[in-house]
Design a protein around this ligand. Structure first.
Ligand code: UTP
Length: 499
C-alpha cells in the first residue's frame, strides 16, 4: 500500500501538496482516513482535473456563448405529443409499452446521487415527505407506482412481470438509502429487483486551482453529476445485470419529480414504435424566459441548450400558430435502449464534456479554522445525463402535459417555486381531478357540496384534499369502482387497506 511519503511525492507532482498541510496535527485514525482518500486520486488525473476546472471557471466567468444561430427545433416527425396525438394513437403506444413491460423487457433507473443542497436536508431527497396526508415519501410513491404498473401489465397479458428498479446513489446517499429501503421492507418490492449502485466522486477545486480541504483530514468531494451514470454503469457491471434479466429498454428519471410516471407505457411504446435508441420527455415551456434547458438541435445534433445560451429574442421566437419555436423543456426523463447504454458506458463516455458549477464549499483555512463560506468559492465539475443525445442514431422527443407529469422538488419552502408545497399541491390537485373524473362527490362537514375547481394549483390547495395511493391507481385508471357517486368528506385517503 502506498505510504505517506509516496503520496506526498505524487501530490507535489500534481501541484496539490496543500492536501497534506495539516498532516502533523492529525491523529493516527485521521491520517489513515486521509491517506485512504488520497490513494484514490491519480496524480496525472488530478492535475488534469484541476486544470480543466480552472479553465471552465474562466470560460464560465466570461460572457456566455450564444448558440442562437446554430440552433433548430426538434423536427415535427421526431416529436410526439400527448396533447396533439389522436386517442387511438396514444392507446396504441400505451399498448405497445404494456406489452414490453409484460415481457420483462423494461427497467427503471433512478438518478439519486445528488446532494439536494437547495432543499437543504441532510438525508437523500427520496426520503423526503412533502406533507401528504399519508406522509408518504418520494421513494415510497415511486415504489408503489412500480408495483401497480407491474400489476396492470400482468393483468393485461395474464402474466407475472417485473420492472427492476436500478438506483444510482453516491457516497452521500447510498447508505441512508439502503437503510431506508431495509427499514420499509423495500416497500413491498422483491429486494432482488432493487439494485443500488454508486457513482464516482470528484474533488472540488478552489479558484486558485487547488483542491479544497473540507476538514484537516478530508478532501472536499462531490458526486460527478448525473452524467456520472455512464461510468457508474460500467464500474458496477449494471448493464450485465440488465442483460441477464433480458432488459431491452430503460427509463431513466430524477428523484425529485413527484409526478414521475415510471416506465410510462405510453412513452416506452412511443419510443419503441419509432425505433428510437434514445428519447426525452419534454414539457412546453411556461413562458419564454423560463430558466429550463430546451431540447433542440445545434448544428444538426441533438442537445439540451441552457437558457443562458440563448438570446431573449430566440427564446421568444414563435411559430405561425403562436407557440414558442424552442418549446421543448427538458424534464430529465429519458428512454434508452440497452445497446445505446452499452455504447455510452464504453468508449463514448470519455467524449462527454464536463459542466462547471460554482458552489459554496465549506473549507479549512490556512490557520486550520473551519469556514462556511457565504459566497461561492469552489468549482465542482459535473457531467450531465442528457449530454449523450449527440450520440443517438434515432433520437425522439415526447411532449407531455406539465400539470400531469412534472413538478420537481428542488428548493426549501422559502423559495417560490419547486418546493415541498408546490410538489404536494401538484399531486393533490392531480388526485382531485382524477377523483372528480371518476364521479366522486365532495361534501363538507355540513353535507354541502364543495365547489369544484376553486383556486389554482400554483397558489392554492385543491378544493378538497384527496390522496390516492399509487397501489390503486398508476395514472387515474380504475377509480370508478372506488369513487363513482361516492360522497367524500375530505381529507380523504384512498389506499389499499381501505379497499
Ligand atoms: P439536481 O441537478 O437537481 O441536483 O439533480 P440535486 O443534487 O438534486 O440538488 P442541488 O443542486 O444540490 O440542490 C437532478 C437529479 O440528478 C441526480 C439528483 O439526485 C436528481 O435526481 N444527481 C445529481 C445524481 O444522481 N448525481 C449527481 O451527481 C447529481
Amino acid at each position: 500500500m502506498e505510504c505517506e511519503l509516496e503520496i506526498r511525492r505524487r501530490l507535489q507532482g500534481a501541484g496539490q501538496e496543500q492536501l497534506l498541510s495539516f498532516w502533523d496535527e492529525l491523529s493516527p485514525g485521521e491520517r489513515d482516513s486521509l491517506l485512504g482518500e488520497l490513494r484514490l486520486l491519480d496524480g496525472a488525473e488530478l492535475q488534469e482535473h484541476c486544470r480543466r476546472a480552472l479553465d471552465a471557471y474562466v470560460r464560465e466567468s466570461s460572457s456566455p456563448q450564444r448558440l442562437d444561430h446554430r440552433m433548430s427545433p426538434v423536427p415535427p416527425e421526431f416529436l410526439g405529443s400527448v396533447r396533439k396525438s389522436a386517442p387511438e394513437e396514444l392507446e396504441a403506444w400505451e399498448e405497445e409499452g404494456y406489452r414490453q413491460i409484460s415481457q420483462n423487457k423494461v427497467a427503471v433507473l433512478l438518478l439519486a446521487g445528488g446532494q439536494g443542497t437547495r432543499l437543504g436536508v441532510t438525508y437523500p431527497k427520496g426520503m423526503y415527505s412533502v406533507g401528504l396526508p399519508s406522509g408518504k415519501t418520494l421513494y415510497q410513491i415511486q415504489a408503489e407506482r412500480i408495483l401497480r404498473l407491474q400489476q396492470l401489465a400482468g393483468e393485461k397479458y395474464s402474466t407475472r412481470c417485473t420492472v427492476p428498479w436500478y438506483i444510482m446513489t453516491s457516497e452521500f446517499t447510498l447508505n441512508p438509502t439502503r437503510a431506508f429501503f431495509e427499514q420499509h421492507n423495500f416497500f413491498g418490492i422483491d429486494r432482488t429487483d432493487v439494485v443500488m449502485f454508486e457513482q464516482r466522486m470528484l474533488p472540488a477545486v478552489g479558484f486558485n486551482g487547488k483542491v479544497i480541504l473540507e476538514r484537516k483530514d478530508k478532501v472536499a468531494m462531490a458526486p460527478d453529476g448525473n452524467g456520472g451514470l455512464y461510468k457508474a454503469l460500467a464500474d458496477n457491471h449494471i448493464l450485465e445485470d440488465m442483460e441477464a434479466r433480458g432488459i431491452s429498454y430503460i427509463h431513466v428519471y430524477c428523484v425529485d419529480n413527484i409526478l414521475v410516471k415510471l416506465a410510462d407505457p405510453v412513452f416506452i411504446g412511443f419510443c419503441v414504435s419509432k425505433g428510437a435508441d434514445c428519447g426525452a420527455k419534454v414539457v412546453e415551456k411556461s413562458y419564454p424566459s423560463e430558466p429550463v434547458g430546451v431540447v433542440c438541435q445545434v448544428d444538426g445534433i441533438y442537445q439540451v441548450v441552457e437558457y443562458s445560451e440563448i438570446s431573449p429574442e430566440t427564446a421568444e421566437k414563435c411559430n405561425p400558430d403562436g407557440s414558442l419555436t424552442y418549446n421543448a423543456g427538458s424534464i430529465c426523463n429519458h428512454f434508452f435502449t440497452l445497446d445505446f447504454l452499452k455504447n455510452m458506458a464504453g468508449s463514448l463516455e470519455k467524449r462527454l464534456g464536463y459542466h462547471v458549477a460554482i458552489k459554496k464549499v465549506p473549507y479549512v483555512d490556512e490557520e486550520g479554522n473551519l469556514v462556511k463560506p457565504t459566497r461561492p468559492n469552489g468549482i465542482k465539475m459535473e457531467k450531465f445525463v442528457f449530454d449523450v443525445f449527440q450520440f443517438a442514431k434515432n433520437f425522439v422527443a415526447f411532449e407531455v402535459v406539465r400539470e400531469e407529469e412534472f413538478s420537481p422538488l428542488k428548493n426549501a419552502d422559502t423559495a417560490d417555486k419547486d418546493t415541498p408545497t408546490t410538489a404536494r399541491r401538484s399531486l393533490l390537485w392531480q388526485h382531485y381531478r382524477w377523483a372528480l373524473k371518476a364521479g366522486a362527490k365532495f361534501t363538507n362537514a355540513n353535507g354541502r357540496a364543495i365547489a369544484e375547481n376553486a383556486g389554482t394549483p400554483e397558489a392554492d390547495e385543491p378544493p378538497a384534499i384527496c390522496e390516492i395511493s399509487p397501489l390503486i391507481s398508476y395514472f387515474g385508471e380504475g377509480l370508478d369502482v372506488h369513487l363513482n357517486n361516492m360522497d367524500i368528506s375530505p381529507p380523504f385517503i384512498l389506499d389499499i387497506q381501505k379497499v
